[in-house]
Design a protein around this ligand. Sequence first.
Ligand code: AVI
Length: 322
Amino acid sequence: MPANAQRLNSPADEREVFLQDMLTALSGRPKQTSPKYFYDEVGSRLFDRICELPEYYPTRTERRILEQHGAEMARALGPRVMLVEPGSGSSTKVPLILKHLREPAAYVPMEICLEHMVANLGPLEAAFPQLEILPVAADFTRPFSLPTPRLRARRRVVFFPGSTLGNFTPDEARQLLRTLRRVVGHGGAVLLGVDLQKPSEVLIPAYDDAQGVTAAFNLNLLERANRELGADFNIGNFSHRAVWNADAGRIEMHLVSRCPQAVHLAGETFHFATDEAIITEYSHKYTQPALQSLAAETGFALHRTWEDEKGWFSLQYWVAVD
Ligand code: AVI
């Protein structure tokens, strides 16, 4: 573990939290799991493949916006910024901002798994040799604190691309944004990548692709529970489904039971009826007025936005209000 890295949770804690969350999820009505559990090694690799799919427009659309407007975004953030990236993964988007920033104070990538994050930082270190990189291993959905960089930061900015915010329920999204508001403090800001509402003919295939990669990604959650928790899900007895819930403005991913069956986990038995679903993910698609209200409710003011020509995806720069 590098000397400048912070680890906040041990792997044993993480397994226990996963187990407790799965037990609660399977006891619920409806059964509903947290999408954060998709991302073990297998799931992370499948997600990387999703991002390359012809139907999955968000990654490439956001990337194009960052390529086109990264310099303007960096100007809006200003000099000596400490840039914090929750769920940074392989830190592939942040260079599009970093390369334009004046004298960045530090980059703080955050991931649950420290090893995976640190193993992926090589290209960034090579591209930005002067930049202080301070990795933090933490679940950003729980309160967290930040390391102190060598250079005094003039502003803390949370960079949260990839429309990850959409995977939270409206309440969770508000709570997370309020946590981020506390973390960035006075004069701070967030730069968010959010997916916008569009016809369901575009949305559904993006979450139910022809090659079945998204189906494999969804089903891997059950395989992960088998591998790590000793559950006995029969994977062939579940199928992937993507639904557009127009009232709630979200795509929902479900795992649907193909037959009546029982699943065992940690000595408990969970029954499924035919067609009963586990809700595994919400992916909210926003409208501009909804984003404006969300900013106001969580202590921010919408300062600037950048979108693609079709208006499918938006980068939002929100500044903290006191
Ligand atoms: C990570 N997150 C923003 C993705 C999304 O689009 O909601 C996860 C995903 N689920 C299925 N495909 C991609």
